[in-house]
Every structure is written in C-alpha cells, then in structure tokens.
Design a protein around this ligand. Structure first.
Ligand code: NAI
Ligand code: MG
Length: 477
C-alpha cells in the first residue's frame, strides 16, 4: 500500500519514505505504510478545506446522513476483509476484530441517522426580538488515532465529525492503520466526496505533530497517552484550537460483599483480558470488600488461570501485544511487580508453539497490592490485574477515586441504595452497575476527567462536541 489518501487519491509521501508494518502475532514484517510528514499534512488540510467549500458543504443534513449510512453498509459488506486486516495488523483475536468492524459500521449508521436530528433552539428574549441558536461545523477536524482499536476509534471520531458537516484529516497510529486506509477508499466508493476524509500515515513526532500544530485545523481529537495529549493540547493552544482528549485510565471494579459473583466474575476477568489489556477503559483494578477478599480472589483467579493466550486465528482469550516496544514495557512492568514482591494470584496460559518472535505475554493477577505501589496507580496497558482490599463504602470511594485518572468505574452490589450513592460519588465519565462495557456502546457518552482527558465522544453528545453554536438575534419590532 504505502500511500497516503489525500483528496480522494493515493499519494506517495513527500518523503518518498515508508515505515515497516509488523504482525504482532509473528513479529514478521509484511507491509509498509507511507511516512507522511508536514508537507503531506499541509496537502491534506488544503484538500479538506477545499471539500468544505465544495459539494459537501452544500449538502443537506439528510444527505450527509445518507452518505454516512451508505458507508456503514459498505463496511458491513466488507466485514470479513476488514476484520482480517484488523486482526493481522493489531494481533487481536479475529472474533474481537470482527466486533470492532461491526462497531465501526455502527458508528456510521448511528451518526448517519442522527445527522438531521440535531435541532437548534429558539430562545425567549426581549419583546420584538427572535433568537435562534444554530449548530455549525468547526471546519477541518484533525484526528490523531491510537493503535489499540484502530477501526472503532476511526468510526467514533469520524462519525460525529462528518455528521455535523466537518471535513477530516486523520493521522492513524503508525503501529496499526491499514483498516483506516481501506475504509477511506470504501467511503469514497459509498459516495463521500473527495477531500472530506484524508488519511496521512506516518510517525507521531512527524505527521502527528505537524497535524496538531497546523493553523488550518479547527478542532483536534486525540486518543492515546497523557504525555502526547499534553503535547497536542499545547500545540493546539497556540492556534486557539479546542482539543477532545481521551487519555486512558486505571478503572476500578468495586466488589462488595453482597455482589452476585456468578455474574461478576466472568465480566471482571474479561474487562482486563480483552484486547490483551490494551484498552483505555480496561478494568485494571479489582477492589474487593475485605470480608470477602479471599473468596472473590479465589473465584476470579480460578477463571483467570484459564485465560489462553494465542494467535489471532486460534480463537484465544488474549492475543499478542501490539509492538515490540509495548511488549517490552509490559514485560518490564510485570518484572518490576514480581521483583517488588507482589504476590501472584493467578497467571494465564500461553499456547504451546507460539511463534517465538510474536509479542505474547502471560496475563497476570497480583494482590493484595499496596495502595502506593505503581501497579495500584499507573496504567500498564497490558493484561495485568491489580487486586486491592477495602473496608467499607467510604474506603471504596477513596480508593476508587484515588488515582490521577478518572474514566470508567464499575460497582458490584445488590444493594440499590448503595448503587445510587456510589454512582454519584465515583468520579469519571461512565459508571456501570452490575455490568461493564469497557467504554460501552456507540450510544453512550464517553470520556474522562483529570489525566483521562476531557470532552465527550459517542452518543448524541459527540454531535455537540464536534459542532459550534451560533446565536442569531433578530429585531423585528
Ligand atoms: P502515543 O500517545 O504515542 O500514540 C497515540 C497516537 O499519537 C499515535 O497515532 C501516534 O502516532 C500519535 N503521536 C505520538 N506522538 C505524537 C506527537 N508528538 N504529536 C502528535 N501525535 C503523536 O501512544 P503509544 O506510544 O503508542 O503508547 C504509549 C502508552 O500510551 C500506552 O502504553 C498506553 O498507556 C497509552 N495509550 C493509551 C491509549 C488509549 O486508548 N487511551 C491508546 C494508545 C496508547
Ligand atoms: Mg508514543
């Protein structure tokens, strides 16, 4: 492939250079992508700006919606192909990749349907005046996307941006971006006018940084690490541009003595194993009321030990880690946990005869973890579960809220009053009661506070996030 998608056409990167693509399952290089840089970003921003002034800018909301809906259908028509690309590129189990492609299509369907349901407001004002509040696109949106759910994340950010009439320049992650290139092509086949969606692959420090600081960008969305989020926000601030940032978490599963464990245990294990723990909303802390600590640990550990790590096409519970670098980070973190004497409560199983150069790690469950231990506070971004005891409701709240992050939390209790109290007291963008959605469905507003970022994506709320209001005041006497 090795080309960038700009203005509806394939372009060789101005650097003439490419970046190797490795399969996490085998460690082997199997493709290359273009190494886009500032010049290419500039070309893409110009194409997106031109598209705003063209046919796209004149379409009715209904027609924009129809276009998005057609993209959704097109994606579903190519689900096997896209799931295959995604699984190979990310190493995730094929079944999960398929769900991700379904979610990608769902974003286009949801926002396709929503495009013409965004109504303005009529405000009461002084006698003789009429006032309306209308919604308008920002203009050109810059999207910087991570590698953990590349397809889903593309839909999550493009859906509302395009529904509101913006145009887009996407810088996908250099570690997994092949689906986005194929989707861009399918979108044009589905009738998206050229230049509305542009994809510039490349390194974060080159293409990503160039996009964040480009003065032609009117809004930036980013999902990834807090460090890069800060860099992007700093660059955007110089152009007075708003950022929607989603920067990960250390999300707690809070289990009380009266929890329904039959229901809770598989979900608790799934919430950290899914996507090899490389999920911003992974349930990476298991907080257990002290009186049932041993019982809950035993139940969760029993299931955790059955988690199988294998190649994407072998229907494993857990695939490999995305890159050699992330593989190194996760292994280092686990080694640190072992060296610091944390008790191992459970370990998953590595399939026999995995390719030795693949990035496979054994899922780990540690506990009890001291509250000041790095594992209790820092995001691992791997299949590593930290287990901590708590005493009572106040203690649970203090512990659950006691990290720099605030993204998602889950409460496991049959006590309805406690469910209500805790859903108010737990800090973050989503609280699940006796369930867990790892970010939840397309319909559910999602985003964080503090180091988890700010702004809201998903649901109707994203349509507000990706548009501007204009208040029109008319004096007619
Ligand atoms: P990263 O934050 O460096 O990468 C995310 C995206 O940002 C990629 O598209 C990358 O090319 C781009 N990027 C990198 N540097 C940039 C810059 N200076 N300017 C503009 N764009 C830039 O994340 P990385 O290094 O892949 O992973 C490191 C850690 O980040 C992970 O271990 C995890 O803790 C966290 N992370 C969180 C994610 C989430 O879903 N919240 C997703 C990916 C990573
Ligand atoms: Mg990085």
């Amino acid at each position: 492939m090795s080309k960038l998608f700009i203005g509806g056409q394939w372009h060789v990167a101005s650097s003439q250079d490419s970046i190797p693509v490795f399969a996490p399952a085998t460690g082997e290089q199997y493709a290359t992508i273009g190494r886009g840089q500032a010049e290419d970003i500039d070309l893409a921003v110009k194409a997106a700006r031109a598209a705003l002034a063209g046919e796209w800018g004149r379409l009715s909301a209904t027609e924009r919606g129809r276009t998005l809906t057609r993209i959704g259908v097109k994606i579903l028509d190519h689900i096997d192909e896209l799931a295959g690309i995604e699984a190979r590129d990310t190493g995730k189990p094929l079944a999960l990749a398929r769900k991700d492609i379904e979610a990608l299509a769902r974003y286009f369907e949801f926002y396709g349907g929503a495009a013409d349901k965004v109504h303005g407001e009529v405000l009461p004002y002084l006698p003789g005046y009429s006032v309306t509040v209308q919604r308008e696109p920002f203009g050109v949106v810059g999207h910087i996307i991570p590698w953990n759910y590349p397809a889903q994340m593309l839909g999550r950010t493009l859906g509302p941006a395009l529904a509101m009439g913006n145009t887009s320049v996407v810088k996908p992650a250099e570690d997994a971006c092949l689906t986005s290139l194929r989707v861009a092509e399918l979108a044009v086949e589905a009738g998206l006018p050229a230049g509305v969606l542009n994809i510039v692959t490349g390194y974060g420090r080159e293409a990503g940084a160039a996009l964040a600081e480009h003065p032609g960008i009117n809004l930036i969305t980013f999902t990834g690490s807090p460090q890069v989020g800060t860099a992007i926000q700093t660059a955007a601030a110089k152009n007075y541009v708003k950022c929607v940032l989603e920067l990960g978490g250390k999300s707690p599963q809070v289990v009380f003595a009266d929890a329904d464990l039959d229901k809770a245990v598989p979900i608790i294990v799934g919430a950290i194993i899914q996507n090899a723990g490389q999920t911003c909303s992974a349930g990476s802390r298991l907080l257990i009321q002290r009186e049932v600590f041993d019982e809950v640990v035993a139940r969760v550990a029993e299931r955790f030990c059955q988690m199988r790590v294998g190649a994407p096409d072998s229907a494993p519970d857990c695939g490999p880690i995305i890159t050699k670098a992330q593989f190194g980070r996760v292994n280092e973190f686990v080694a640190y946990c072992r060296d610091s004497g944390l008790p191992v409560l459970a370990e998953g199983i590595l399939d026999a005869e995995l390719p030795s150069a693949g990035y496979y790690v054994r899922p780990m469950m540690f506990g009890p973890v001291p509250r000041d231990h790095r594992l209790a506070r820092e995001e691992v971004f791997g299949p590593v579960l930290a287990v901590l005891p708590f005493d009572d409701e106040d203690d649970a709240v203090a512990l659950a809220n006691g990290t720099e992050y605030g993204l998602v939390a889950a409460i496991w209790t049959e006590n309805g009053a406690r469910q209500q109290r805790l859903s108010r007291r737990l800090e973050g963008g989503q609280v699940f009661i006796n369930c867990y959605g790892a970010g939840g469905g397309v319909e559910l507003p999602f985003g964080g506070i503090r180091k988890s970022g700010h702004g809201r994506e998903k649901g109707f709320m994203a349509l507000e996030e990706f548009s501007l209001t204009k208040t029109v005041v008319s004096h007619h006497g």
